[in-house]
Design a protein around this ligand. Structure first.
Ligand code: ADP
Length: 253
């Protein structure tokens, strides 16, 4: 197991009292697995990613990465946020190698690896362009390559497609999924979109209302060998979607 959460609990101390965000979350992931987390709005999904990234301190329980307890940010964990957060004044090359520069890892070998990623995913011709000259989908691919450049063991993705229009979102979902699978990365995606979770993941973890606990876990079974586009076309797709929808307690939200 690469990631293991044992009763992860987190209570925020807010000005107007305590907010219990995580109520004891337990699950684990195998190396190379792609899991999604879905749950009602405000249930604690981003909090959970923040805790795994070592950015939020647990008030109870533990999270282990490869057997070692996570107590702070780690270079082994890559984070991809909702917005691409590319700097508009830097060209694409300088943006995707930014993490390497910050970590003083901008070696010729790492640069070659980044060049290979840009090449493989159709972006090498844009290395000298500024983010504003690229489409939303290309920018998200750049953001993913920037995250992959530092060679993390696990990728955390916080609604990476939510800022995109629906059509762009479908193709970005396909690209992100393909890149993560080809690069053999372990990935944990937070999304409010059940279709996105079913089309990308090996397993979908459904959380309860706040304070979040794991309500149900769905294995995507025969869909796992298919691409997101193929999954959406599969006659099995609606069955998985509906089973998750029924578990997702969205009444009153
Ligand atoms: P989700 O990602 O599922 O929408 P969040 O993890 O963002 O939910 O938030 C879970 C709960 O914790 C919400 O009620 C939110 O208002 C609260 N919360 C999030 N961050 C903080 C914080 N820094 N201080 C206090 N409360 C917070």
């Amino acid at each position: 197991m690469i990631i293991e959460l044992q009763n992860a609990a987190l209570t925020y101390q807010a000005a107007d009292g305590e907010v219990e965000a995580l109520g004891g979350v337990s699950f684990s992931m195998e190396e190379g697995e792609f899991c999604s987390i879905v749950g009602p709005s405000g249930c604690g999904k981003s909090t959970l990613l923040g805790a795994i990234a070592g950015l939020e301190r647990l008030s109870g329980g533990s999270i282990f990465l490869d057997g070692t307890e996570i107590t702070g940010p780690s270079p082994l964990i890559g984070f991809m946020p909702q917005r691409d957060q590319l700097f508009p004044w830097r060209n694409i090359w300088d943006n995707v190698t930014l993490g390497l520069s910050i970590r003083r890892q901008n070696t010729p070998q790492r640069q070659d690896a980044v060049r290979a990623l840009l090449d493989r995913y159709g972006l090498s011709a844009f290395a000298g362009k500024r983010p504003g000259q690229l489409s939303g989908g290309m920018r998200q691919r750049c953001a993913l390559i920037r995250t992959l450049a530092t060679e993390p063991r696990i990728l955390l993705l916080d609604e990476p497609c939510s800022a995109l229009d629906y059509q762009t979102r479908l193709s970005v979902t396909d690209h992100i999924s393909r890149i993560i699978r080809e690069q053999g990365k372990t990935a944990l995606l937070v999304t409010h979109d059940i279709s996105e979770a079913v089309s990308m993941s090996d397993r979908v973890i459904v959380l309860t209302h706040r304070p979040a606990t794991v309500k149900a876990v769905f294995d995507m079974g025969p869909l796992k060998s298919l691409t997101p586009m193929e999954r959406r076309d599969s006659p099995l797709f609606p069955g998985y979607f509906n089973s998750i929808w029924k578990e997702l307690d969205v009444h009153g939200t």
